[in-house]
Write a protein that binds this ligand. Structure first.
Ligand code: NAP
Length: 259
């Protein structure tokens, strides 16, 4: 039987006109989709990652689509660089409304073989990075008495995943960090939430290889991988101005995997 053609679903739409968003890990994958989505909804986007060339290509694509973005190359694990980046974003755009901590890495191996370096590198990028960006971004957001922070965690941080002790710990830690900072900043009208994606089509999942991916698809109740745009829309929802009473939550977007 011929496969039915599926009309792509309409994307979420939110008015972010006049708002400024930092998106980390914007050079590819989920972060790039988040940056494009926030820009398409009217936000001016500060795109952060280490690869300046890829950031330039994103900035050009957003510009061609009628949006506004600027590249801020930065290693999220470097405290001085993060503080300088947030300062430069506020200097350039005049404000800061949205922070999306999306940059993340994996260095998978089973516990007995896990080296100190693999542990430290993953924790530094996935957990220290969001801490550094939230600490720096909280200042302008507190002054404005407005902010939306979205941290990209993972179902791996909720259910555990063999071979990912470093990654799971970083993503579980990010959930604890999210809930605590949410409680600290709630009185200043700043919300802090996490999105926990399941398996999303990306370089990160491509690296797992086709055989493992077929197994994964069988395990996911939705019987498919998620799309980066589906995570981007979840981020957009949590970043919406109308979501002021939604804070300290984890929005799991995983096709039913851990439900
Ligand atoms: P990806 O394609 O590997 O992209 C990772 C991004 O993070 C890149 O833009 C990379 O840019 C950036 N990055 C890495 N280290 C950095 C550093 N030290 N400083 C600044 N930027 C850095 O990954 P993805 O699949 O889109 O994943 C994005 C996020 O979603 C990650 O936090 C990941 O853990 C999470 N997630 C993904 C999945 C999935 O199935 N794909 C599932 C659950 C959660 P540069 O290399 O240019 O710096």
């Amino acid at each position: 039987m011929a496969e039915k053609t599926v009309t792509p679903p309409a994307r979420l739409s939110v008015d972010l006109t006049g708002q400024v968003a930092i998106v980390t890990g914007a050079s590819q994958g989920i972060g790039r989709a988040v940056a494009e989505t926030l820009a398409a909804n009217g936000a001016r986007v500060a795109a952060v990652a280490r690869n300046a060339e890829k950031l330039a290509s994103l900035v050009a694509a957003i510009g061609e689509a009628g949006g506004e973005a600027k590249a801020f190359p930065c290693d999220v694990s470097n405290g001085e660089a993060v503080a300088a980046t947030v300062e430069a974003v506020v200097e350039t755009f005049g404000r800061l409304d949205i922070l999306v901590n999306n940059a993340g890495i994996t260095r998978d191996t089973l516990l007995p073989r896990m080296g100190d370096e693999e542990w430290d590198e993953v924790i530094a990028t996935n957990l220290r990075g969001p801490f550094l960006f939230m600490r720096a971004a909280s200042r302008p957001m507190m002054q404005q008495r407005y902010g939306r922070i979205v941290n990209v965690s993972s179902v791996s941080g909720m259910m555990g995943n063999p071979g990912q002790s470093n990654y799971s710990a970083s993503k579980a830690g990010l959930i604890g960090l999210t809930r605590t900072v949410a409680k600290e900043l709630a009185g200043r009208k700043i919300t802090v939430n996490a999105v926990a994606p399941g398996f999303i089509a990306s370089d990160m999942t491509d690296a797992l290889g086709p055989a493992l991916m077929d197994e994964v698809k069988k395990r996911v109740p939705a019987k498919r991988l998620g799309e980066a745009s589906e995570i981007a829309d979840a981020v957009l929802f949590l970043a919406s101005p109308s979501m002021g009473y939604l804070t300290a939550q984890v929005l799991v977007v995983d096709g039913g995997l851990i439900g």
